[in-house]
Design a protein around this ligand. Structure first.
Ligand SMILES: [Zn+2]
Length: 296
């Protein structure tokens, strides 16, 4: 053992709100910035960032892991989760600081403040538990944020955009995978699995299992007026297993949650109100707002 180095299996003592990595928004490759080590961890790094992140010290009999390694592995995981999340590439590295709370004229965007506050509360849960437990990075995998969002309002209110940001933030802070789906596309995908000519043939259960267990799920464009009994049953089973597994779910929709009371004997409704904060984005869409402003 080398006394001069922190034990690489344990985290470097970091101040609150330092995860050991951070997002640097300076543009790389024209699309987004990158997640990199925080400055505190950077000062301990002796491997120069070269995989497999080891230190070769003359005095040590064996090469040792560089203290940066657990943090670099976390960054790799976050990048991989992002890539597989279903979030379109231009929105993969959007975080809360990209989220607008105000219109250009300075008026608050309805619902935006509440969303931001709720998301910050979730994130604080992680940071507090990490700084008080002193556990190794990645050890927070059993920590489950409890409630997601049922985010409803008319089109144009930025609901989908916010859901990208929420998912990005959750994956970034919890270092757990997340998935973004559109409900109608997912139903289509499941239907294809019954087609013998499809490469997806026979995979319905696998798809549903993945959606039921992924730690964070965004169901975008959740609309149920036109759904068949078959679809409603699938939807209920999905919501119910996420509820049972205590997985965080974010729903964006144009529908007031009261409209769900009549569906599937009210079962979808009753699950969702337990799993989600109901947030109304009463924002008029930008175009409509422009008209109103010009008209008054
Ligand atoms: Zn290093």
């Amino acid at each position: 053992m080398n006394d001069l180095l922190p034990d690489a299996r344990h985290p470097i003592a970091l101040p609150d709100h330092d995860l050991g990595y951070q997002y640097d928004p300076r543009v790389v490759a024209g699309l987004h910035g990158e997640i990199k080590l925080s400055q505190n961890v950077e000062t301990y790094c002796q491997c120069g960032g070269k995989s497999p992140f080891m230190i070769f010290n003359n005095q040590a009999e064996e090469p040792a892991w560089c203290p940066c390694r657990p943090y670099r592995m976390q960054i790799r995981r976050i990048d991989r989760y992002l890539k597989n999340s279903g979030i379109p590439a231009p929105f993969r590295y959007k975080y809360l600081h990209d989220f607008r709370e105000h219109y250009e004229d300075g008026q608050p965007i309805p619902g935006a403040y509440e969303l931001k506050m709720r998301l910050n509360t979730l994130i604080d849960t992680v940071q507090n538990s990490e700084s008080t437990s002193g556990s190794a990075p990645g050890a927070n995998t059993t920590l489950k944020p409890n409630k997601g969002f049922y985010f409803w309002g008319n089109p144009g209110g930025g609901k989908t955009y916010f859901s990208y940001i929420a998912l990005n933030e959750l994956m970034f802070h919890f270092v757990r995978p997340g998935k973004f789906i559109s409900l109608s596309k997912s139903f289509q995908e499941i239907r294809h699995t019954f087609d013998e000519d499809s490469v997806m043939h026979g995979q319905a259960l696998q798809i549903l299992e993945n959606l039921s267990t992924v730690p964070f799920l965004v169901i975008d464009d959740f609309g149920v007026q036109r759904n068949t009994e078959w679809e409603l049953e699938i939807l209920y089973n999905l919501i119910d297993s996420r509820y049972a597994n205590q997985r965080l779910t974010i729903v964006t929709t144009n529908q007031n949650i009261d409209e769900l009371k009549e569906l599937a004997q009210g079962r979808i409704y009753s699950r969702l109100i337990e799993m989600c904060y109901i947030i109304h984005a009463s924002a008029p869409d930008y175009r409509e707002r422009g008209v109103r402003r010009n008209g008054t």
